[in-house]
Design a protein around this ligand. Structure first.
Ligand SMILES: Nc1nc2c(ncn2[C@@H]2O[C@H](COP(=O)(O)OP(=O)(O)OP(=O)(O)O)[C@@H](O)[C@H]2O)c(=O)[nH]1
Ligand SMILES: [Zn+2]
Ligand SMILES: [Zn+2]
Length: 515
């Protein structure tokens, strides 16, 4: 039994090591002739973990989907995770007869997502309200429809520098229709002056935009490409929600032909890669997460923008055609620490809102995720040998990958003694000082103080005060009569990780000493 669990841990350790060394490799797709449009789309889909997961996990295709395409995608993704792959199965399944004819990437992005069905493509699907208002009587008509990408206008009105934000503004602008287009109003019983606009009702996890680069020119009686340059921000703030750019499909050339490639950020190592058919190149991992966070490094090649010397063609670029933004979710990853029998598991269960952790001392760390909260409960760390201590910490990191951003030191207030204070400082030393800003003290009632319904005056307990001060005065008292305490505690923790700007503990400088 113990041998089995030891084996398990070392396997998990290996996975962890692999991940921490950023040993990810991506592979290219063979161009069958002029299928770079398809390659750029397939790589963007492959690099969208949720989509990959749902493609890989279907063994029985849902009713509304093209079973064959789903099978072909499964095959392709399997191959693509280990080697350069061919898209022959996909082109056949999509009925692409002539692989030497260039097609529109956005059109195929939409085609593929429609064909695999809503359950597989749900991560891209949002809901949009199209609203018309009668200006005479204020009667409003709302039509809700789903979307998988938003067409953004990039008309050059004042010859100003274009940005995605400006396009978005233009997209959501209210328009007064020309008299010829006035709509019939039920209430006024006639065609009346009409105002129309769109608003997003439900944001998808992945928000996709495509730019209106190709339009029919009535003077030239043909389609032309609008190659106007624009800025593509790395993150967009829409209605208190942040969306982070992770994929850009570029088109270089004119309407009748050109070349597609994609720039995609790996969610494994946060590095950007250029996917150009067979060729995949890492584009430097030094791009700042948000433009103002750190100076952006200049790369060796000549793809530097002239405006701000950023690496990617995201500034004043004529290339971007399709943009994919991922909704930013902040994940709370809690590590429960403390001497055994201090109700750590109960605190964990309280936070999760379910009885997951057993109410006895566990043998090895256990982790559970509910929504965007992960809780890891630890065994008695004080009795571990240095080796198993190191192993256990690795396990904790794995369970809260890439590492906990909140550490809760659970201790019964009534039993707070020199011994408790010693244990706290002991663990703190072993975990390193970086953990300090992530730590919060949780006072449980212990058995003596079942109902701690009065506010605790920490200042009266000198030892307690000192420990709390080490954690920058962050503490929370579990009070069984407060029914909102789980959400209050979670809110406090989210504030703490926001202050820490998303950093987390890796315990890298842990000394291998006996506890
Ligand atoms: N009768 C008795 N009850 C205890 C003793 N120690 C803890 N308890 C109770 O048993 C429960 C143990 O709480 P847990 O939440 O499992 O403690 P823990 O710190 O999470 O333990 P781990 O499983 O190691 O995480 C609590 O309700 C304690 O009040 C003890 O020595 N005797
Ligand atoms: Zn009306
Ligand atoms: Zn730039």
């Amino acid at each position: 039994m113990s041998e089995i669990s030891a084996k398990k841990t070392s396997n998990l350790g290996k996975i962890l090591l692999k991940k921490s060394r950023n040993e990810v490799q991506y592979f290219g797709l063979i161009n069958q002739g002029a299928t770079c449009y398809l390659n750029a789309v397939l790589q963007s889909l492959f690099m969208t973990q949720e989509f990959r997961d749902s493609v890989e996990s279907y063994d029985k295709a849902p009713e509304d989907c093209g079973e064959d395409l789903l099978r072909q995608l499964q095959k392709l993704f399997k191959q693509l995770s280990v080697n350069v792959a061919t898209t022959k199965g996909i082109t056949t399944s999509l009925g692409i007869g002539n692989v030497y004819e260039q097609q529109d990437a956005v059109e195929y992005y939409r085609k593929i997502l429609k064909a695999v069905g809503r359950r597989v493509s749900e991560v891209f699907e949002g809901k949009m309200n199209n609203i018309t208002k009668c200006i005479s009587c204020d009667n409003i008509n709302k039509k809700t429809s789903s979307f998988i990408s938003i067409l953004l206008p990039i008309e050059d009105e004042n010859n100003e520098q274009h940005t995605v934000e400006k396009s978005l503004k233009a997209f959501f602008k209210r328009l007064r229709l020309d008299q010829d287009d006035w709509m019939y109003c039920d209430r006024c019983d006639q065609k009346t002056p009409t105002e129309t606009w769109s608003e997003i009702d439900e944001y998808p996890t992945v928000l996709t935009f495509h730019l209106k680069r190709f339009a029919f020119d009535y003077n030239q009686i043909r389609y032309v490409k609008n190659s106007c340059a624009l800025d593509v921000p790395l993150s967009l703030d829409i209605k208190n929600q942040t969306f982070n750019l992770y994929a850009v499909i570029n088109h270089n050339g004119g309407y009748s032909g050109g070349h597609y490639d994609a720039l995609i950020k790996s969610d494994q190592n946060q590095k950007w890669y250029s996917f150009d058919d067979r060729t995949v190149t890492e584009r430097s991992g030094d791009l700042a997460e948000t433009p103002d966070e750190s100076p952006i490094k200049v790369p060796l090649d000549n793809s530097v923008c002239q405006m701000c010397k950023c690496i990617f063609p995201f500034h004043s670029s004529r290339l971007p055609y399709m943009l994919m933004y991922r909704k930013g979710t902040i994940h709370l990853r809690i590590l429960l620490l403390g001497p055994p029998g201090t109700e750590k598991s109960s605190v964990g269960n309280l936070i999760l809102g379910e009885n997951y952790f057993p109410l006895f001392t566990i043998k090895e760390s256990m982790g559970k995720t509910v929504g965007n909260v992960t809780v890891v409960d630890t065994p008695n760390l004080f009795t571990l040998t240095p080796m198993s201590w190191a192993k256990e910490l690795k396990r904790c990191i794995m369970l809260s990958h890439p590492g906990p951003n909140a550490i809760l030191w659970v201790v019964p207030l009534s039993q707070f003694s020199n011994h408790q204070q010693g244990l706290f400082h002991n663990i703190r030393k072993r975990l390193g000082s970086e953990t300090q800003k992530h730590t919060m003290i949780i006072f449980t009632s212990g058995r003596e103080l079942e109902n701690l319904d009065q506010p605790i005056d920490i200042s009266r307990h000198n030892k307690v005060k000192k420990v709390v001060r080490t954690c920058r005065n962050r503490y929370h008292v579990i009070n069984s009569s407060n029914h909102n305490q789980a959400s209050e505690l979670i809110e406090q923790l989210f504030k703490m990780i926001a202050k820490n700007r998303g950093s987390y503990c890796t315990f890298k400088r842990t000394k291998k000493r006996r506890p």
